[in-house]
Ligand binder design. Structure first.
Ligand SMILES: *[C@@H]1O[C@H](CO)[C@@H](O)[C@H](O)[C@H]1NC(C)=O
Ligand SMILES: *[C@@H]1O[C@H](CO)[C@@H](O)[C@H](O)[C@H]1NC(C)=O
Ligand SMILES: *[C@@H]1O[C@H](CO)[C@@H](O)[C@H](O)[C@H]1NC(C)=O
Ligand SMILES: *[C@@H]1O[C@H](CO)[C@@H](O)[C@H](O)[C@H]1NC(C)=O
Ligand SMILES: *[C@@H]1O[C@H](CO)[C@@H](O)[C@H](O)[C@H]1NC(C)=O
Ligand SMILES: *[C@@H]1O[C@H](CO)[C@@H](O)[C@H](O)[C@H]1NC(C)=O
Ligand SMILES: *[C@@H]1O[C@H](CO)[C@@H](O)[C@H](O)[C@H]1NC(C)=O
Length: 391
């Protein structure tokens, strides 16, 4: 019965996508050698790294395997996170049963091959469950339910290590009287008076998000100012929306364009807002767009490429649909008309997968989308109907 349901809904959904995008045949990768696909990061304009259970694959934009590297770990460790350091190094983050997370570094040998660089390195004095680890420049973030901790990465030509810092973004830092529940972090650079800064957006389950301004010195981010993007108060619905993740579409010092993914609750839509940071105690919110979910629960982070917005959704059977929306979101720096009612957008394309444990989904240059099917298959599709003008 279950199998019939899966087949029927897959066939139905596949039909819907045939009219829209042109997809290449999917490519199946050796699951015995690589394991299931978990997550991904863009390494360059034409190369991507796919973190799988057993190895990291380096692939080109035609999905050919250029090389792969093994992941040193015990059987009980799960490696779920992958992020860039600079154009020639990336990190993989692992954790075992909520204990002692660690990172592995990989450095490029040439444009197609990478090799492990140094030893695995544990986060000092950290033995708690992390939701995510990521980093930018020489700052690393561990996201835990009640806080985000900033660490410093120390890189030399021969080795690397992780140092603790004083920066813990928790209830006290955000001046809250009750415990916070962090679900995600995103960051994007901006500059002002020739200095480099980062805007950090720390997503909170019920409130919406906190913003943090950090100044960059010696490639290290130092937070110095924060405020609240109070979506709960904006919508005035205490028990309703639950915030899952965010992508910063664009930002300046005083304005950000943000796309939030929400948890479950079918009657609510993922949303795009313009946040204006008037002062540390006042952030105004303008809701510009909603992204219709057609009743599927949202899963993971939204992604953006020009006028394309991608949102992955999946049901309890682990079947997934990757929705692509075609919508021009103005840059944060552009003064926009204050439209009173937000528009709700339907996806222009939907890419489906039978059950899979994780999902890979990203945009490639030339309006192409890559999505995973059944744990170890990737498909590249050309969204040629939607090559509308870039913003
Ligand atoms: C990606 O790289 C190719 C060749 O290396 C170049 O032709 C193309 O313009 C680049 N695309 C972007 C978006 O930078
Ligand atoms: C990284 O960037 C530098 C300087 O822009 C360049 O020389 C080098 O080839 C790049 N490395 C890779 C792996 O693309
Ligand atoms: C890159 O390095 C690998 C490993 O040393 C080597 O096998 C490969 O031929 C190199 N590729 C290029 C284009 O130099
Ligand atoms: C982490 O904590 C667990 C108990 O919660 C303990 O068994 C383990 O040894 C600790 N690991 C480290 C590296 O301190
Ligand atoms: C905290 O957030 C998680 C999602 O990351 C959610 O499952 C959980 O119910 C939240 N806890 C509380 C107390 O709201
Ligand atoms: C943001 O700051 C810039 C430069 O100071 C200013 O021109 C602009 O009006 C501000 N935008 C808003 C929405 O306050
Ligand atoms: C505001 O609404 C007008 C008329 O419906 C539309 O043309 C314009 O694109 C909207 N602006 C934004 C930023 O959504």
């Amino acid at each position: 019965m279950k199998i019939i349901y899966i087949l029927l809904s897959t066939v139905y959904l596949c039909k819907a996508q045939i009219n829209m995008a042109f997809c290449d045949e999917y490519i199946e990768y050796d699951v015995n050698n690589f394991g299931k696909f978990i997550s991904n990061v863009k390494l360059s304009n034409s190369t991507d790294a796919i973190l799988a259970e057993k190895r990291v694959l380096i692939i080109d934009d035609n999905l050919n395997v250029l090389s792969s590297v093994s992941i040193p770990k015990t059987q009980t460790h799960n490696c779920e996170w992958i992020f860039n350091y600079n154009n020639d190094t990336f990190f993989v983050g692992c954790q075992k049963n909520g204990e002692a997370p660690y990172l592995i570094a990989y450095k490029s040998i040439n444009k197609t091959h990478y090799a492990q660089f140094g030893d695995i390195v544990y986060f000092p004095n950290l033995n708690e469950t992390v939701i995510k680890v990521t980093g930018v420049l020489n700052t690393l973030f561990t996201v835990q339910a009640k806080k985000v901790i900033l660490f410093t990465l120390v890189m030399s030509a021969a080795e690397w290590s992780i140092k603790t810092t004083q920066n813990v973004l928790d209830k006290n830092y955000f001046a809250r009287t009750t415990e916070i529940n962090v679900t995600d972090i995103a960051y994007a650079p901006y500059s002002e008076d020739k200095l480099q800064y980062y805007k950090l957006i720390v997503v909170e389950f019920r409130l919406g998000a906190f913003w943090v301004d950090a100044v960059v010195k010696n490639d290290i981010l130092s937070p110095f100012r924060t405020g609240l993007i109070n979506l709960q108060a904006h919508f005035n619905e205490y028990y309703s929306k639950q915030y899952q993740s965010v992508v910063i579409h664009s930002t300046t010092q005083n304005v950000s364009q943000l796309n939030f993914n929400l948890f479950l609750y079918q009657k609510y839509y993922d949303l795009n807002i313009r946040a204006v940071y008037v002062s540390t105690s006042k952030t105004t919110i303008q809701v510009n767009n909603y992204f219709s979910s057609n009743g599927w629960p949202t899963w993971g982070k939204p992604i953006v490429f020009g006028n394309l917005q991608g949102i992955l959704r999946r049901n309890t059977l682990k079947q997934s649909i990757f929705n692509v929306y075609n919508i021009m979101i103005p840059y944060a720096s552009v003064q926009n008309e204050n439209n009173l009612t937000a528009t709700t957008y339907e996806p222009v394309d939907t890419f489906t997968s039978p059950p899979q444990d994780y999902s890979i989904y990203y945009f490639n240059s030339g309006y192409r989308v890559v999505h995973s099917i059944e744990d170890n298959k990737l498909q590249s599709c050309d969204l040629y109907n939607y090559k509308l003008q870039m913003e």
